[in-house]
Design a protein. Structure first.
Length: 134
């Protein structure tokens, strides 16, 4: 199973967000613009579950972490509204195509409380996923 295919499918889904703010992708240079919100993406992979003794079929698990990073001091409403839009994109129950694998989204994404951080207000959105050979 290709981790790259899984990550790409999740990222492509995020890019369907209507009027998205700039996105800080993993390992891509990004300089936030003062006063403008943005999204920050991380992929958190968990230990695979093997279905056979030879390891030729496995369920992969992970969290697609999308942080809504908003300018501090503007109140939490806009940041939380953007977090809700991100969560709605990944609402259950849906499957995403990842090449010869299927990603299942069967849980409502979690929107955490906001975290102040040096001039920014960050609202984490956690999307739990499971991927299987198709």
């Amino acid at each position: 199973m290709s981790i790259v295919a899984i990550e790409s499918a999740l990222e492509e889904r995020l890019m369907t967000l209507a009027s998205p703010p700039p996105i800080a992708w993993e390992d891509v240079a990004f300089e936030p613009t003062t006063g403008q919100g943005y999204l920050r993406v991380h992929h958190l992979h968990n230990t695979p579950r093997d279905f056979t003794l030879v390891g030729d079929a496995a369920e992969r698990l992970g969290i697609f972490q999308v942080d809504v990073v908003w300018p501090a001091g503007q109140g939490k409403v806009e940041a939380k509204q953007m977090a809700e839009q991100v969560a709605a994109l990944f609402a259950p129950v849906q499957s995403l195509d990842a090449g010869n694998h299927r990603i299942d989204l069967t849980r409502t994404p979690s929107i955490a409380g906001g975290i102040p951080d040096e001039g920014w207000y960050t609202v984490p959105v956690s999307v739990n996923w499971r991927a299987f050979p198709a």
